[in-house]
Design a protein around this ligand. Structure first.
Ligand SMILES: NC(=O)c1ccc[n+]([C@@H]2O[C@H](COP(=O)([O-])OP(=O)(O)OC[C@H]3O[C@@H](n4cnc5c(N)ncnc54)[C@H](OP(=O)(O)O)[C@@H]3O)[C@@H](O)[C@H]2O)c1
Length: 333
């Protein structure tokens, strides 16, 4: 039985660099090859055997799983090709351009008996597990509101895959997908109604957007995402007996991820007194960088049979919401 998962990286860009750097501290993962459109770029990337085209990676017997780090519009084609070549796939978020493509990818994985997971790294971090545990154990009472934000302001839209409709870009696809994912995770079900408004840029993609998801059980989630606007990028999870404040929900620190529980328990009928919950700080130590945690998490599923942290149903649910919100905002690929 193999103890380490051997990854091949497809696309030597920004997130591939962060992933490769993280994997140096992984326990169960290693990188044996990198494929780029340019051999020179693959060589300079300096992580395993360099290849000058993506297809060459598929023939490498030293690669067990491919980490697909290509623009969104290319996830579908290359994941299918990886699966056809017998490779497991950890595919960057969002899984594809739409839900229909995503279904085809999971069907192909199932037929091939291989694993496919959407690379939502924040889901693998123990801070997310700890937050979920707080909510599920009733530590903030009845969950009512989920408020999340993920924005940045880039001064370089030219040549940026996120600003290109042909590459399935846009704020909802790039970072709104995290807010939707966290809301669905905490609510523990799919929204029954959803609404979004946004502003489109010159190429027709949404540069910023805000949305509301309405869940069964009286849970409402609101979020904003944007690529040309700044905000605090936090998550606040609100119940009737308190709230959780997560300063770094999406990219938690490796060794000191901190979140806070605060609030007041409402007056009980018998006492009439309002009691204050002590403000409590939770510190979570993942022991290694976020992308090492993610790589090892997927490795555990491939090597040990651990259920996938981001399941097929979870990814399909996220893609379904993204499709509908993009339609409402007026984004067409
Ligand atoms: N999970 C996370 O934390 C996270 C963070 C950022 C991005 N992402 C996701 O990762 C994926 C890649 O994002 P990124 O920030 O790494 O983008 P990026 O820096 O632009 O890299 C994308 C890579 O894809 C390859 N590529 C192939 N065809 C291309 C084309 N027509 N235009 C541009 N690049 C092309 C290029 O690699 P070669 O030149 O080497 O072939 C390029 O370096 C996206 O799906 C994004 O949503 C995830």
């Amino acid at each position: 039985m193999r103890k380490t998962l051997r990854y091949g990286i497809m696309g030597a860009g920004n997130i591939a660099r962060q992933f490769a750097d993280g994997v140096r501290d992984a326990h169960r993962s290693t990188i044996t090859a990198t494929a780029s459109r340019s051999l020179e770029k693959a060589k300079a990337f300096n992580a395993g055997t360099p290849y000058g085209d993506y297809a060459a990676l598929l023939d490498d017997p030293q690669v067990d799983a491919v980490y697909v780090a290509l623009p969104n519009s290319m996830h579908h084609e290359w994941t299918l090709r990886c699966l056809a070549a017998g490779k497991h796939v950890l595919c960057e978020k969002p899984m594809a351009s739409d839900e229909a493509q995503t279904r085809e990818m999971f069907d192909a994985a199932q037929r091939a008996g291989l694993l496919l997971m959407e690379a939502f790294m924040y889901r693998c971090h123990p801070q997310t597990h700890a937050v979920l545990e707080q909510v599920r154990s009733g530590a903030i009472g009845k969950l009512k509101l989920i408020r999340t934000a993920f924005c940045y302001s880039t001064g370089k839209p030219q040549g940026n895959i996120r600003f290109d409709a042909a590459l399935a870009g846009g704020a909802l696809m790039d970072i709104g997908c995290y807010c939707i994912s966290m809301a669905r995770l905490l609510a523990g079900c799919e929204p029954t109604a959803m609404h979004a408004v946004g502003r489109l840029g010159a190429s027709g993609i949404d540069e910023y957007a805000t949305g509301v998801l309405d869940f069964p059980g009286d849970v409402i989630a609101e979020f904003c995402c944007g690529m040309t606007v700044q905000t605090n990028n936090t998550a606040i999870i609100c119940g009737d007996e308190g709230y959780l404040e997560i300063p770094w929900p999406w990219k938690p620190q490796a060794e000191r991820a901190v979140f806070i529980r605060d609030g007041q328990v409402p007056p009980r009928q018998d006492s009439g007194k309002q009691s204050r919950q002590p403000r409590q700080e939770f510190v979570v130590n993942a022991g290694r960088p976020l992308y090492a945690v993610e790589a090892d998490d997927f490795a555990q599923s491939v090597l040990d049979g651990k259920p996938l942290t981001v399941s097929k149903q979870d990814t399909l649910g996220n893609m379904h919401v993204l499709d509908e919100l993009r339609r409402q905002v007026g984004v067409k690929f």
